[in-house]
Write a protein that binds this ligand. Structure first.
Ligand SMILES: [Mn+2]
Length: 433
């Protein structure tokens, strides 16, 4: 007798691998304990007729000649089959994206991939095994769950290619979404408690707001659901969770509002994220992250004006390298290369008349155009900011026009240039004292 089995705490990659393996070994019996994740259990109870799963207690282990272990490679993670461990005559086949293990396989396919399904699907593709949409959906759930929808760093190109293959086989994303939403579990509960413990309450423009900041370690699913619950519990108009992943140098900002005038999506777009009026999020990546500064930034954005006394003068870089409008494109190219700039202001008689940036070089069609003056190719849409404006206004200008640097003007003269880095330095409290 051949059996296929997988690890306890069965997730979708494990179940999908079992089902996929049963297509490669049609004469094998699939054996699983009921120690499985709640969403996998829910999926199985709905699809009971389709998959024939036998409990370890219902088979005679001494009849087993071959064990096909999928998504697992150590005995400690298998439940109910412990007696097989010491059998010398047992054939063991392993399909797993974890490498190593203590099972001494007779044959194995163990490669570091995002999901085990990817390895087994490779064989199914080779064999041209027909897949029903339901099986394609289950296999896709396995890959999506184990790769965090292809975002975890363990994801490989082959995982993504397998997803494409499964979508072609009519994997159903609606079904997938309804099962993949992870249960509101212990991790989420603990984070919610941490959030409540760090709450900072503020009233801005009449809105009752709650901000919290929590250090995150490892992946936690369903944070947005946790923030929704947090808003309900805090009973505020707007709630913001700032989740700091120190090791990854980033902050996930998630906001929820009761949606009467406090537009979370708009707020998040201001800090590089997105969303709709009731819900939104942003990912801030920086090695200098400071969650308190993120809370201040959100408060300022909601307030709609800058209370800070920091002036653009304090942030900008100077002196400013400029080029004269009759300089040739060739000379400018050399300067950009040499100084590592992506763009430079162009001046004529001391006044700024344009900006030349690397992308303007694409407008040139012939080699001889390199001899043309810069004014022929510069962009004359000049976005500048007056030195009296606030850093927040500078940020808005950069986001609105999608530019990374803004010349700072005082009484008609360029006195400095403000870059994204300069502004970020301000938000992350890195100004020299
Ligand atoms: Mn797995």
């Amino acid at each position: 007798m051949k059996i296929i089995s997988t690890h306890k705490g069965t997730d979708f990659d494990a179940l999908a691998s079992v089902v996929a393996a049963s297509l490669i070994y049609p004469d094998a019996v699939t054996v699983m304990s009921d120690n499985m994740n709640p969403n996998v259990k829910a999926f199985l109870s709905l699809h009971k007729e389709l998959f024939h799963i036998t409990a370890p207690g219902d088979i005679n282990l001494s009849d087993v000649k071959t064990l096909i272990a999928v998504d697992v490679c150590s005995w400690g993670r298998i439940e109910g089959l412990g007696k097989l461990k010491d059998r010398k005559d047992l054939e063991i086949i392993i399909w797993d994206h974890h490498v190593g293990g203590d099972m001494n396989p007779t044959w194995k396919c163990q490669e570091p991939k995002g999901a085990t399904v990817t390895l087994i699907a490779r064989k199914l593709m080779e064999n041209r095994t027909p897949l029903t949409p339901i099986i394609a959906t289950l296999l896709l759930m396995g890959i999506y769950e184990d790769t965090g929808n292809l975002t975890f760093s363990s994801t490989t190109a082959e995982d993504a290619a397998t997803c494409a293959f499964l979508l072609e086989r009519k994997a159903d994303l609606t079904v997938l979404n309804s099962f993949l939403r992870p249960a509101y579990g212990e991790k989420q509960k603990n984070i919610l408690f941490d959030m409540m413990g760090t709450t900072l309450r503020r009233k801005i423009r009449g809105y009752k707001l709650a901000f919290c900041q929590v250090d995150l370690e490892g992946h936690v699913g369903n944070l947005s659901v946790v923030v929704s619950m947090y808003r309900d519990l805090e009973n505020v108009d707007g709630a913001f969770g700032i989740f700091h992943e120190k090791k990854k140098n980033r902050c996930i900002v998630i906001g929820r509002s009761s949606n009467d005038g406090l537009d979370i999506g708009k707020l998040m777009r201001n800090i590089g994220g997105g969303g709709h009026p009731g819900a939104g999020s942003a990912l801030i990546q920086s090695e200098f992250l400071n969650p308190e500064a993120v809370i201040e930034m959100l408060s300022e954005l909601i307030e709609g004006h800058q209370r800070s006394s920091v002036q653009l003068n304090d942030l900008m870089s100077y002196p400013v390298q400029t080029v004269s409008s009759d300089m040739t494109m060739e000379e400018v190219a050399g300067l950009l290369r040499e100084k590592g700039y992506s763009g430079l202001p162009v001046v004529e008689n001391g006044a700024m008349v344009g900006v030349i940036s690397r992308r303007d070089f694409r407008k040139m069609r012939k080699e001889s155009h390199m001899k043309s003056p810069v004014k022929a190719y510069m962009s004359t849409d000049i976005i500048t900011i007056d030195a009296s404006r606030s850093p927040l206004e500078a940020v808005r200008l950069m986001i609105k026009h999608d530019i990374g640097r803004v010349p700072v003007i005082k009484e008609g003269d360029i006195i400095g240039i403000l870059t994204r880095t300069d502004v970020m330095r301000y938000y992350y409290n890195l100004l020299p004292d």
